[in-house]
Design a protein around this ligand. Sequence first.
Ligand code: UT7
Length: 324
Amino acid sequence: MNGSRVLGTGSALPRRIVTNAELADKVDTSDEWIVARTGIRQRHIASDDETTSSLAIAASRAALEDAGIEASSIGLIVLATATPDNTFPATATKVQAALGCQGGIAFDVAAVCSGFLYALATADSLLKTGMAKRALVIGAETFSRILDWEDRTTCVLFGDGAGAVVLEAPTADSADKDGPGIIGTRLHADGDKHELLYVDGGPSTTQTVGHLRMRGQEVFRHAVVNLSDVLKEVLEVTGVRAEELDWIVPHQANARILDATARKLGIAPEKVVVTVDRHANTSAASVPLALDVARKDGRIKPGDLVMLEAMGGGFTWGASLIRM
Ligand code: UT7
């Protein structure tokens, strides 16, 4: 039996676009280096009046409109972020208040770049147990606020944004294995790799927010291996062959990781949704943002078999196969 189904998607980006050339005025880098090593051409950066919650609220409203449902029918909000508005309460509760659907469940999930996959699996599980009928699953970030803008090895890689998905609990026709819904998900974590990608601050250690630190080359190597392993695992447990996939919607960290992962699985590059050129790495927001872009431009259609995947700090990683 399939899991929860996707009723709608939405996304939001900060107004301000920052090009590689603009960054090259501030740090020792170049458009050529950034494009060649990452595929990134620009990113959206939040202004003072834009926050993780404001982006999440805008993306959620767009997703509700796309689904054609009222916010009052949402009983669960799971928001993935590593850059919450405040240490507490959860940014999800701010979204809930703004949408006016108080009384249900609302909490944040911290799994950095794979946060949306963790949030999706959590929401799907809660919906299956009957805790709620409809959920908003959100990935929202303002990574610009935790970047060291003098560190050229990291500041050129990230951007801000949000994506949201409306999920509905499985219904009677979910027994149809070709019907819409989440077909299978696998999540993993390896806490030994903490030092390769982390933020050097936090409430309980430094009482500061801290800055992102990354050993990029090592993260790159692990990303390709972990992502292709988890993709194979989800294909295996769902009994689906790689060539049956209509689309892959990967975490958008680096165009070279997307290429290498697709090649390892023998998936045609034209089936991979790429937004890293326009959005850079928006951490937990990148998968729902890319999913929304590809649905709204007409590439991803009802009935399509879509694989979502992501890997990030922790390390954490995962993949989820969905029939749209
Ligand atoms: O979302 C979580 C997952 N994150 C990721 O998946 C990121 C994974 N890692 C990567 O995407 C890549 O490793 C990077 C894009 C971060 C770096 O690319 P790379 O090909 O691994 O480059 P590198 O770190 O080996 O650096 C090559 C050279 C170095 O100079 P030397 O030592 O060869 O003289 C760097 O200092 O490029 C230099 N460099 C830069 N040059 C111009 C590093 N950053 C920059 C820069 N502009 N922004």
